[in-house]
Design a protein around this ligand. Structure first.
Ligand code: URA
Length: 239
C-alpha cells in the first residue's frame, strides 16, 4: 500500500497533511527516511515504519468520522438508494467497516464507521450514556420552557399501537429561527422526531453535532470523513 495512504488511514492526518510529514523527513522505514508519498510498503514491513522515531501505531482496526450527507441510508450497500458505504474509498471497501448506530435517511452529521466490533457494540449498548447532541429544525409553535421541563424530567412516549416508552432525561436548548439543540443520552429509534411529535412539532432538519467526544472537524463537508487519531480513538474507548 502507498505510504501516504497507510498514514492517512491510521489517523495521522489528511492525505495533504501526511504528505507534509513525509516531505519533512519525519517518516522512516527501517531507519531510512521515506519522502515519496507514493512509496509502496508491503504489509510485512508495516512494523518497521516510524514517525519521529516512534513506531507508527498501525491499528488492525479502522475508525472514521463521516459527515453523513442528506439523502443517504445508514447502510454499507443498497440496491436502490445511495448509502454511506458508497462514500468509503475503494481500498477500504473490503475492510468490513460498518456504521455505528443509525441516522435516518435525511439526518446529517457525525457518524462513526469502524470495523472494531467491540467498540461498536459498546457505543450502541443501552448502557452507554454519553451525550449525543442534535441540532433540530422544526415546524409548529416555538418550543418553550414547558417542553424543556417535560424533556428534563424524562418524558413518556405514548404512541398509538405502541406500549408507553419512558425516556431518560434530555436537555433542550431553545434557539432562534425554529431551531433547538436536543442532547440525549440514549438512542431509541427516531427518538428526536418522536419527542418533537409528542409536543406537536415536526422535525424538518436534523443534524448530529456530536456523539460522546466525537465531533466533525472544522470545514468537514457532507460526505467527507477523517480517520480518527490515536487520541480520538482512545477517548471514545474510555467513555
Ligand atoms: N433521532 C431521529 O429521529 N433521527 C435520527 O436520525 C437520529 C435521532
Amino acid at each position: 500500500m502507498r505510504i501516504d495512504k497507510i498514514l492517512a488511514n491510521s489517523g495521522y492526518g489528511t492525505r495533504t497533511e501526511v504528505k507534509e510529514l513525509l516531505r519533512k523527513g519525519r517518516v522512516c522505514l527501517n531507519g531510512q527516511i521515506i519522502k515519496d508519498p507514493g512509496y509502496s510498503v508491503t504489509e510485512d514491513d508495516f512494523s518497521l515504519l516510524t514517525l519521529d522515531g516512534q513506531p507508527i501505531g498501525l491499528s488492525e482496526h479502522l475508525y472514521f468520522c463521516l459527515n453523513k450527507p442528506d439523502g443517504y441510508l445508514t447502510a454499507m450497500t443498497d440496491d436502490r438508494l445511495p448509502c454511506v458505504g458508497d462514500l468509503l474509498p475503494a481500498n477500504l471497501k473490503t475492510k468490513k467497516i460498518s456504521p455505528v448506530g443509525r441516522l435516518d435517511y435525511h439526518t446529517t452529521g457525525v457518524l462513526l464507521l469502524t470495523n472494531d466490533g467491540d467498540l461498536s457494540h459498546k457505543l450502541t449498548s443501552p448502557r452507554w450514556h454519553k451525550e449525543k447532541a442534535y441540532l433540530v429544525t422544526y415546524t409548529g409553535d416555538p418550543l418553550t420552557e414547558k417542553e424543556q421541563a417535560l424533556f428534563a424530567k424524562g418524558m413518556t412516549l405514548t404512541e398509538d399501537g405502541h406500549k408507553p416508552e419512558k425516556l431518560k432525561p434530555a436537555k433542550l436548548e431553545l434557539l432562534p429561527d425554529q431551531q433547538c439543540r436536543l442532547i440525549l443520552t440514549e438512542g431509541k429509534t427516531h427518538q428526536v422526531k418522536r419527542m418533537l411529535a409528542a409536543t406537536n412539532r415536526q422535525v424538518i432538519g436534523l443534524h448530529r453535532e456530536s456523539m460522546g467526544s466525537l465531533r466533525l472537524h472544522d470545514g468537514q463537508e457532507p460526505g467527507e470523513m477523517y480517520a480518527l487519531s490515536p487520541e480520538e480513538i482512545a477517548a471514545l474507548k474510555e467513555e
